[in-house]
Design a protein around this ligand. Structure first.
Ligand code: BTN
Length: 323
């Protein structure tokens, strides 16, 4: 907490410099403690000048996610009570599934700066260069097994709301849980679950948001359908602030899922761009074309076919043909 206070005081200093004495006075700790926190910031990768008679000044800020910064002012009930950050990992989902089996507490968040084997839906890869957000959240929702897909929809509602708030952009959900900006994908969610016959043991909600990466690193086919928050807003995005907003929204919408699951569906309907569109859904070796009508109580997509009949689809990839 003091470390973050010192960092923010240095960031806010007009001249750039603040003396050890001033920092000590403003934070209410000793100059020795100030010095210890400065050293800790240096170990985190910050460049800090210490100039006699002027004090300390930040010369370089590393673009990394830091635990103490994420936790500062987070104020969530469940989500993010435990947070682990990895510079590199195979997949945050794989790690979260292991930790969940080892009884990690509900709300644990596993974050990585980059993933070597990031997983996407339907067995695809999730290419994970530095500059974005990759994280997984462990949940143990006490809801019937057949309602488990609502956890994913809840995740999509939370992330979309957070992106809209934090970046002032017009994000929308494509069924089941892609988040789109200007018709291109900016975020994907992958839910994995462990269950008994009729009971959920744990759910891992994996979230990948394309924030500040250089899209050039993506293969051409993926690049064509992907957008980053930086390219959309024209500004480098503060990943910590965005992550905090997503964790706060997840904390809120998780409670809604547990107590009023139909409100998750209502919120999803408001934020989605699939309902009312002519779509093609591919999955299970076939393509279904028709008018997307909305969701059933378990989050499946109801499609009205051209022959007037309806089909309910549990999983697949949607292409929006016409709005
Ligand atoms: C999709 O195909 O749209 C889902 C992509 C999910 C990617 C995220 S990144 C963090 C978490 N860890 C993974 O390996 N996958 C998810």
């Amino acid at each position: 907490m003091y470390k973050e206070k010192i960092l923010n005081l240095l960031r806010a200093s007009r001249s750039g410099f603040l003396s050890g004495e001033e920092l000590a006075r403003k934070t209410g700790i000793s100059r020795t403690m100030v010095w210890k926190h400065i050293k800790s910031l240096e170990r985190d990768g910050f460049g800090i000048d210490a100039v006699p008679s002027q004090g300390y000044r930040i010369t370089y800020e590393p673009d990394i996610l830091r635990l103490s910064e994420i936790k500062t002012g987070l104020k969530t009930r469940i989500i993010g009570k435990e947070i682990y950050i990895y510079p590199e990992i195979s997949s945050t989902n794989t790690r979260a599934m292991e930790m969940a089996s080892d009884n990690a507490c509900e709300g644990t968040v596993i974050i990585a700066e980059t993933q070597t084997e990031g997983k996407g839906r339907r067995g695809r890869k999730w290419i994970s260069p530095k500059g974005n957000l990759y994280f997984s959240v462990i949940l143990r929702p006490d809801i019937p097994l057949h309602k488990a897909p609502l956890s994913t929809l809840m995740g999509a509602v939370a992330v979309t709301s957070a992106i809209k708030k934090a970046c002032q952009v017009n994000a929308a959900i494509k069924w089941p849980n892609d988040v789109l900006l200007s018709g291109k994908k900016v975020c994907g969610l992958l839910t994995e679950m462990s269950a008994e016959q009729d009971r959920i043991r744990h759910v891992v909600l994996g979230i990948g948001v394309d924030v500040n990466m250089d899209p050039e690193v993506l293969p051409t086919d993926v690049r064509m359908t992907t957008v980053t928050l930086m390219s959309e807003t024209g500004q480098k995005i503060n990943r910590t602030a965005l992550l905090q907003e997503i964790l706060r929204e997840l904390d809120h919408w998780y409670q809604v899922l547990l107590h009023d699951p139909e409100d998750v569906l209502k919120a999803w309907e408001k934020l989605n761009m699939t309902t009312g569109s002519r779509i093609a859904v591919s999955g299970a070796g076939e393509v279904t074309e028709g008018l997307a009508q909305g969701l059933d109580a378990e989050g499946r997509l109801i499609v009205k076919l051209d022959d007037g009949t309806s089909r309910t689809i549990a999983a697949g990839d949607v292409t929006i043909l016409k709005r």
